[in-house]
Design a protein. Sequence first.
Lengths: 78, 337
Amino acid sequence: MLLLKPQDASFTQFEHLMEVNATFSQRRQLSELLHRVAVLGLSDSVGALKLDASMSFNALYDAIKNVTDSAVPELEMV
Amino acid sequence: MVDTIYVEAEIAELDRTREIISRYPKANRIYIERYGEVFNSHAQNFRIQKRNPALILAAKKNKKVMPAPEQYETGGGAQYYFSHMLNCVYDCRYCFLQGMFRSANYLLFVNYEEFVQEISEVADSHNNDKKPVWFYSGYDCDSLAYEPVTGFANHFIDAFAAIPNSVLELRTKSTQIRSLLNKSARDNVVVAYSLSPTRAAREVEIGAPSFDKRLDALLKLQQQGWRIGLRFDPIIWHKGYLADYEGAINKVFNVLDPDQIDSVTLGGFRLPKGFYKTMHKLYPEHWLLNAGLTEHSGMINYRRDIETEALDKVAELCAAHIQRERLFTYPSYKQAE
């Protein structure tokens, strides 16, 4: 089941993670987090984690959140 | 360009209403009973409406002057705010208005005299206070951006001259300062500019005058003797933000006379959670609404480590130019938390 599926390549890249064993609310949280990954351009960093839907939800979520939390947005050069 | 004007029947014949309408001779005019019929309607999309907002002319009923949160002091006494207008001609990504209102239409309350009456009554109730009562304008709109149409500042600056124990603070990003420059400076008016460094302003303060243009307006006002304030609020966190703020702050204090600046305030990004959720639905793709944020006491703000660094470091940059007693910071987290 997918929720709030953003229409972007990086989400598709991690779509398999939504198969994690989780509640409706947790899946929504994960979906929002993956959206943030896409917006902040963190797909490579998350991809490097080699995450798997067989992991526990908390492990999966925390691993991705560590990446988004450490991201600092860059502005275009003016 | 406004192409539709909604007019409450009650104020349709006021001189001010007629004058505003006359500025838009080609606009469709629609007469309504109460502005809520249009402004509060459910079936509206803020983002779409923002592309071409209508103007609603109405009378503000009930309470017009509200107490301002104590934490937002700038050195004055009791604090209040009032809004002659709801919504703004600018489109800043951090602005809570897009989370608070369903409509992006400009709602202008034209019963200025009733606002002034209530402001006078509130000021009277503070007659024995040691410090003047502060009245903020510009929470729910930009105080000056629509000035050529509204004549708001022109009217209220003169009105405040008759309310001696009061200060009017006009919060703005606008360069529409002609009505001020046409007057002599007043002791009880402060013009406070929201400022962000050029790069950040370009990405998040859509439609607002550039940093340099705002600084130019500040200089003109200061040179004419107007009291001015600087508002680095919210501080926009991004890669290299401290260097950007250092450059902006150095430039501001090189151009302006620091001794003639009334106050400088600093604040972090902060929004009620419900507003944030609405705004995120409107602009899910914007980095500002996706980076460095967390929930704290029902508010969405920067993580504590980010906010603390931002407020402390930017305060240090300002303190190199201005005395600490004129520098105010608005942290989201209490010291003991």
